[in-house]
Design a protein around this ligand. Sequence first.
Ligand SMILES: NC(=O)c1ccc[n+]([C@@H]2O[C@H](COP(=O)([O-])OP(=O)(O)OC[C@H]3O[C@@H](n4cnc5c(N)ncnc54)[C@H](O)[C@@H]3O)[C@@H](O)[C@H]2O)c1
Length: 326
Amino acid sequence: MKVLVTGGAGYIGSVVTEELVNDGHETTVYDSLCEGHREAVDPRSSFIEADLMDGAALRRALKEHQIEAVIHMAADALVAESVEDPAKYYRNNVVAGLNLLDAMRDCAVRKLVFSSSAATYGEPEKQPVEEADPTNPTNPYGETKLAFERALRWFERAYGMRYASLRYFNAAGASAQFGEWHDTETHLIPLVLQTAAGVRPDVQVYGDDYPTRDGTCVRDYIHVIDLARAHILALRILDERSAGYNLGCGGEGYSVREVIDTAREVTGREITTRIAPRRPGDPAVLIASSEKIRRELGWQPEFQDLRVIIESAWKWMSRHPQGYGK
Ligand SMILES: NC(=O)c1ccc[n+]([C@@H]2O[C@H](COP(=O)([O-])OP(=O)(O)OC[C@H]3O[C@@H](n4cnc5c(N)ncnc54)[C@H](O)[C@@H]3O)[C@@H](O)[C@H]2O)c1
């Protein structure tokens, strides 16, 4: 397939593009580089540096590259920033997203895979979280992801646009070539490894008095390659139907302390921690039920072991201690 990957210069987009090309697809990355990196674009892919707000550039990209499907990953994705500046999130994650859908309608591109988020659930009443559970986002980031998912439902009904919404839990790890490097990093594993590498003095643990096995929050980590492969499976169903899936590994998840201890073992380095107050809206446990995507698409994670995830991230970071381009 000829696939446009919006946000393909970002962390997850870089690996999704890599896996698409490995699977024989032809890719065009569309990214403004507002957060991503030129070096994170797979050299086997075409690249267009443009913003989703630029409707003319979008239409040109869809037509000139004869795009058949879009994987829409471009977004702003910082929860705390979204609370401080919701306008930015509605503009980029909803308005710019609708701009993409308009361009797709104009160019008769009717297949889309969307990067949604566990943040659409808010603070779930039960674990593991299933797709049919209530959605009550507790921040504008989650709200904007849910708003776009809902738009997709109506766009399918009115315009025949097929979609797969993938609600990611915590993407982590790296491929041999591409890894995670954000200017503002909020994800636990890169923060822990940057501390191990001496880039940061310490890592904050937000609350150690949760009702969990060691008092710290428990999360579901999914290797970015396993996540990427789910997109390829999702693309295949769009000839027949639309769908929504959680994307996590399920199981028991891993606590913040377990992540830090495993990182100490993998890196052999000291990692200083600092206990900080709980963050508002942080559930004690957040684990995906991934039964639906396993059952319907035959998705099977290959790298779900935390040590394997951290080893891959550490390997990448050891080769890129200052991130991309340095
Ligand atoms: N990282 C996670 O664990 C996680 C979890 C749930 C959902 N997600 C979602 O997955 C997607 C990718 O996440 P990521 O961690 O790779 O983020 P990222 O910030 O690394 O990548 C996003 C990319 O989109 C680009 N972009 C943003 N706005 C744009 C615009 N208007 N026009 C063109 N390009 C634009 C950025 O330059 C960046 O390269 C996002 O939609 C995010 O909300 C991520």
